[in-house]
Design a protein around this ligand. Structure first.
Ligand SMILES: [Mn+2]
Length: 481
């Protein structure tokens, strides 16, 4: 998630871009908007110079996020915040100073004010409310506690930087009742420029940078759902457990579920007469003999909209391998790589694209259903952080017990969420139902069965494995399934 402001300090500073001549190529820099792409690579979307009549720029902001405004006094942060966000969504350091000291300008109250600010941010994020922090936030030290709060609440942090010309900020500040003063503003800008280029590495998901007042005025905020929010998908669903390349069993299971499957023009066409939707719980690949057709069916079904698929830990590892990273060839990855040898470059390229789009969990049916390969406790559902990803892919992280031994935590034992969580990853002999969670990985590749859960009916449909294609490792190794 690296965001690079290329040689920012060396760029010519735009002069205060006001007045009638601003359409005449005044050298104002286009705002830089950097998004971390799916693979963590920053994508740069340049924008035409901010004059003329181009469409107002839209800042995509996740519907649940911590938005950190960054910029000197006088940059227009509070105005921007009140224009684009709800009154209670914005937590302002000035306001918090007033709350504890009856004076927005009382600098002696700064520590208490930030205690209050951090508490409000923490509570709001825990409750799943988008929160905007309106403070200068120009140093990494100021941003660090905010990023920690976002991380702890498992929500993305987005930076909106007001890197406006000094003259603009000073002039605006001078018109205000309570002034910060030119010296303070200069210091704020110097602090900002020292760290702006490294903000991506601090842990921000996106950083949007305004360079002129016009860019600020033109911008609109577009609230976008988190990728896990597929609540509008209502089903009915056929949720399929870990396939691991058990192609024959997958075909038999789809038959048993009433799916019509046709191979036409090199593509699988799936149709269910009752208008059902397939959900693959991940771990399509590795170990089994029919990995390529399994992948092809899943990719075709997802592309045509009749299926959803989330990532398993085996997909995540395969993606790393296909991206050229050094991964250990274990857990059946050898079978996948061997079988992919028989495919052409176009297939492997399509596969890479497919794997890169797989998300770690979905909320479905208005939030009543959650699918995650390794399961997901309630406080992580509908959230998005590295910890949510690893938990969704691998299940609860192992912890040390009283004797110092690594034991895998059983999140289902204390699950109390409203959503039904359907997961796989850990083979069980029979579908395992516990506290609103269902594990439907019945270990087909190890000679068990391939199981689907019909939702909302709550029926299991399964087919036996034709044989054991792999030997199950002892359960002692956490995350190995
Ligand atoms: Mn797994």
């Amino acid at each position: 998630m690296q965001i690079v402001s290329s040689a920012h300090a060396a760029q010519p500073r735009a002069s205060a871009a006001r007045g009638p001549d601003r359409a005449g190529g005044n050298g104002a820099e286009a705002a830089g908007v950097w998004h971390a792409g799916p693979g963590g690579r920053p994508a740069t979307s340049a924008r035409p110079p901010p004059h003329g009549d181009e469409v107002p720029r839209r800042l995509p902001i996740p519907e649940l996020a911590l938005v950190v405004l960054v910029g000197p006094a006088g940059a227009g942060k509070s105005t921007f915040a009140s224009r684009h966000f709800g009154e209670t969504e914005v937590v302002s350091s000035d306001r918090c100073r007033a709350l504890v000291a009856d004076d927005e300008g009382d600098q002696s109250a700064t520590r208490d004010a930030f205690d209050v600010l951090h508490t409000i941010v923490e509570r709001r994020l825990r409750r799943g409310r988008l929160t905007v922090v309106d403070a200068t936030n120009v140093t990494p030290e100021a941003r660090r506690p905010l990023l920690a709060l976002a991380r702890r609440a498992h929500v993305p942090a987005v930076g909106i930087v007001f890197d406006l010309p000094l003259e603009v900020c000073v002039e605006r500040d001078a018109r205000r009742e309570r002034r910060a003063g030119a010296e303070a503003i200069e210091r704020h800008l110097a602090d900002l420029h020292r760290s702006l280029g490294r903000m991506g590495r601090e842990g921000f998901r996106n950083v949007h940078v305004f360079r002129t007042p016009e860019e600020v005025d033109d911008a609109t905020v577009l609230r976008v759902p988190l990728p896990s929010n597929r609540k509008s998908e209502r089903g009915p669903f056929d949720i399929v457990g870990d396939v691991h390349g058990c192609w024959d069993e997958l075909r038999a299971l789809l038959d048993g579920l009433g799916w019509e499957v046709e191979l036409r023009g090199g593509r699988f066409h799936l149709h269910h007469p009752e208008g059902r939707k397939l959900v693959f719980l991940g771990d399509l690949v590795d170990r089994g003999p029919g990995i390529v057709p399994t992948l092809q069916l899943a990719m075709d079904a997802v592309a045509s909209g009749v299926a959803l698929c989330i990532s398993g830990n085996h997909e995540a590892k395969l993606l790393k391998k296909l991206q050229g990273h050094d991964v250990r060839i274990s857990g059946g990855l050898r079978e996948t790589l061997d079988q992919l040898e028989e495919t052409d470059a176009a297939f492997r390229q399509r596969l890479r694209g497919f794997l890169a789009t797989l998300h770690h969990h979905y909320q479905l049916d208005g939030g009543r259903l959650v699918v995650a390969h390794g399961g997901l406790p309630a406080h992580m559902q509908g959230r998005d952080s590295p910890k949510v990803q690893s938990t969704a892919l691998y299940g609860d992280a192992p912890r040390r017990d009283a004797g110092g031994k690594l034991v895998r935590g059983d999140w289902t034992a204390t699950y109390h969420g409203d959503a039904l969580v359907v997961y796989g990853h850990t083979p069980v002999e029979e579908p395992r139902i516990r506290n609103g969670t269902v594990n439907i990985d019945t270990g087909c590749v190890f000679g068990g069965r391939l199981t689907a859960l019909r939702y909302p009916e709550g029926e299991f449909v399964s087919v036996p494995a034709q044989r054991a294609y792999a030997v199950q490792r002892p359960a002692a190794a956490p995350g190995a399934a």
